[in-house]
Design a protein around this ligand. Structure first.
Ligand code: HEC
Ligand code: HEC
Length: 381
């Protein structure tokens, strides 16, 4: 039978013809996200805390990718658009029944279950980014929310962050299982499709509006717009003073007198009552005579009270003010200090480069500022 004009046109697109379903922006987004999520997972679950920097940078990267993907869901090519994979619930149920009975490959773009997973992944990732930012700002006094989040909300946010990260791992496993299952059912390697962007297409299966417009040029525009908004916001927010820290004027008398035998312990590391006790017992100070003349002593006392841990909302100040009641003068005797340092071998503290537990500054390069940030820890040889 001689084909008429319309079937002839359709014939150009034979059964096995492949068409580009995932545009280059979707593919780059997808694989960059894989890389960054893997980085956050490794640095979050496995690496020591002083890798926090890498975790945070990968997290910011994920945030940018998500912003791009959300925008691309409205202005991207046909199958990148959320509208093309927003299925009613009954279609999802129908699809599930098809999968159970061993049928697949009914959808050129995302299948309904896959689409649901994409929305869920985006939602959970956004929640992870947000809880991470609040945690970073509140607990560590760093990042874009350092000026806004207090310590307690930071602690709470990080608990949520932990739960969400486990949830995400579970979802990733489900996503991979779905990809394998759907690949088998549709006899098409969906991982390769996310690399090449191309999938098998039957004639007549292509939606009406598919491929009409080449819109990839919009991707760099979207990226530029995001950069224009996020760049200044990041700069502005990270340059605001962290809410947990007060502007402390250095006191040279304190710095020289109390920095004579050991690192001059930052005033935020003990509560006022402890400092008062330290200062009233200097003639027998841990077996040493550290007495001072009256004026010097009252000057240092006033300075330490003014900036004692009650005045700060940093992690160190919040946690170290819970002193050991039997040894209220010793930072290193507090339950928090002991717990955070319990994995360090006692011999490490005896190293020449360290000397004692109390020599905070040997391992915490930012000890002078009282920050004690995770990524400023480095144990010398
Ligand atoms: C003459 C030397 C000397 C001077 C001066 C001195 N200290 Fe000390 N300080 C010690 C010794 C020794 C210890 C015992 C712990 C150690 O070996 O590091 C100690 C311990 C401490 C501790 C407990 C640290 C811990 O392990 O948790 C605090 C707090 C402290 N000093 C505060 C001060 C203050 C405040 C001043 C200034 C008024 C001061 N010290 C001046 C010798 C000194
Ligand atoms: C031998 C090196 C060493 C010395 C000395 C040391 N620390 Fe640490 N500190 C560490 C390490 C390593 C960690 C991270 C432990 C972990 O992964 O939980 C840490 C964690 C901390 C934390 C928690 C930081 C955070 O944001 O999670 C605080 C606060 C802290 N140290 C305070 C102190 C103070 C105060 C001193 C001195 C009295 C001190 N440290 C002495 C190695 C040291």
């Amino acid at each position: 039978m001689k084909p008429d004009a319309s079937t002839e046109k359709a014939d150009c697109l034979t059964w096995s013809a492949k068409v580009e379903v995932w545009d280059i922006a979707v593919r780059l987004f997808h694989w960059s996200l894989v890389l960054l999520v893997a980085t956050t997972a490794i640095t979050g679950f496995l690496a020591a805390e002083w890798w926090l920097d890498y975790h945070v940078w990968a997290g910011y990267g994920i945030a940018l990718l998500l912003m791009f993907r959300l925008a691309w869901g409205f202005v991207g090519s046909y199958y990148a658009r959320f509208a093309s994979f927003r299925f009613p619930f009954r279609v999802l149920l129908k699809h599930m029944r098809e999968v159970v009975s061993g049928k697949g490959g009914q959808y050129l773009g995302h299948n309904p279950a896959g689409a649901l997973m994409v929305f869920a992944l985006i939602f959970v990732l956004l929640a992870l980014v947000l809880s991470g930012l609040i945690g970073l700002g509140g607990q560590e006094n760093q990042g874009m929310l350092a000026a806004f989040a207090d310590y307690q909300s930071g602690v709470l946010a990080l608990e949520i962050h932990d739960i969400l990260s486990i949830l995400l791992l579970g979802m990733i496993v489900a996503h991979l299982a779905g990809v394998v299952l759907e690949s088998v059912l549709s006899k098409e390697n969906l991982v390769r499709a996310m690399v090449t962007g191309r999938k098998k297409a039957e004639p007549g299966r292509l939606p009406h509006s598919f491929g009409k417009k080449r819109v990839v040029w919009r991707a760099p525009v979207v990226v530029a717009l995001i950069g224009l908004i996020v760049g200044p916001a990041y700069w502005q927010l990270t340059n605001m003073p962290a809410s947990g820290f007060v502007a402390m004027k250095n006191n040279p008398t304190w710095a020289s007198e109390c920095g004579d035998c050991h690192y001059a312990y930052h005033p935020s590391l003990l509560p006022r009552s402890s400092w008062d006790t330290v200062m009233s017992g200097l003639s027998d100070h841990f077996g040493e005579d550290a007495s001072l003349d009256k004026d010097t002593q009252s000057e240092i006392s006033a300075f330490l009270s003014k900036y004692s841990s009650e005045h700060w909302d940093s992690e160190a100040a919040n946690e170290l003010q819970k002193v050991d009641l039997k040894k209220p003068l010793e930072i290193t005797a507090s339950p928090y200090w002991k717990q955070r340092h319990e994995e360090i071998e006692p011999l490490v503290f005896k190293r020449k480069s360290i000397g004692s537990k109390g020599n905070c500054i040997a391992c915490h390069t930012d000890a002078k500022s009282g920050h004690f940030a995770d990524e400023k820890i480095s144990i010398p040889e």
